[in-house]
Write a protein that binds this ligand. Structure first.
Ligand SMILES: Cc1cc2nc3c(=O)[nH]c(=O)nc-3n(C[C@H](O)[C@H](O)[C@H](O)COP(=O)(O)O)c2cc1C
Length: 252
């Protein structure tokens, strides 16, 4: 099923104090923590009825979670000033000790979500010993969050080669020079290693280090969160069921 963008883009005409329409989206003013006004005030009554009217519209519809992801991602690419493809990646040791950091989404589709990294890094070690992870997108200007959870595995070498080859040469050299997550005595050591890599690959293509890999997380669950006035937020969680998806709303 394809989503009609306008049906969940947050385009509304609601005008509650502290909230206003901006670029077709409902946004909050400086008071990012707006709560209900004093109970019993005239404003309270007006706001209650406006909240009731507004709250009946669903902004996170049921359907195909990948299509919904695509629609929100497309909007994020227009709305976010930097790195709309940035996502938090949570991993854990086999003993269940968690760690989290940002990575960049470099490919996605119904078969999963792809990022690239050094597999000798802390996250790489955790992923190779416990191949379950979670991703989190938070697009602040859209006031939306997407959580994705599932198993993951390295992408094939051809795909990693192709992506590595598309990177700027200096980024390739940086990837060769960086022993990601290992202790470093000084920045000068890192720059020296970068210069060495530059000399080693002079006049030829930089080879992808064999431990520099892409990982594809195949979602078992995807959850969409949309900010709503007065913290009456909307959440929908999709879980795999056979070849398709089941979904349910969750209390915020
Ligand atoms: C916005 C942003 C995007 C990043 N993208 C990546 C990435 O795609 N791959 C990567 O290895 N590190 C990326 N990093 C650096 C990681 O957050 C992290 O510092 C590094 O991968 C080492 O993590 P680890 O020690 O947990 O393995 C990014 C950092 C930021 C802030």
């Amino acid at each position: 099923m394809l989503y009609d963008k306008a049906s969940f883009s947050g385009r509304r005409t609601l005008n509650i104090d502290g909230w206003h329409k901006s670029h077709g989206r409902l946004t909050r003013g400086n008071d990012g923590n707006a709560d209900f006004p004093p109970v019993g005030s005239k404003a309270t009554k007006n706001r209650e009825s406006e909240v009731e009217a507004e709250a009946s519209t669903e902004l996170v519809p049921d359907g195909d979670p990948f299509a919904l992801f695509q629609a929100w991602y497309d909007e994020a690419r227009e709305a976010e000033p930097n790195d709309s493809n940035a996502m938090a990646l949570a991993t854990a040791t086999p003993e269940g000790i968690p760690s989290v950091r940002m990575v960049l989404l470099k490919g996605h589709g119904p078969d999963g979500f792809i990022f690239y990294t050094n597999s000798h890094s802390r996250k790489g070690g955790e992923l190779l010993s416990n191949p379950n992870a979670a991703l989190l997108f938070h697009w602040k200007s859209l006031r939306r969050q997407i959580r994705i959870e599932g198993p993951l595995a390295p992408v094939d070498a051809d795909m990693a080669d192709a992506y590595f080859a598309s990177r700027a040469r200096d980024s390739q050299l940086g990837a060769v020079a960086s022993d990601q997550s290992a202790p470093l005595d000084s920045r000068a050591t890192f720059i020296r290693r970068y210069e060495e890599a530059k000399d080693r690959f002079a006049g030829r293509d930089v080879e992808r280090p064999p431990h520099w890999l892409g990982f594809r997380l195949t979602p078992a669950a995807m959850e969409f969160w949309h900010d709503r006035p007065y913290r009456l937020h909307e959440r929908r969680r999709f879980t795999r069921e056979g070849d398709g998806w089941a979904s349910t709303l969750l209390y915020p």
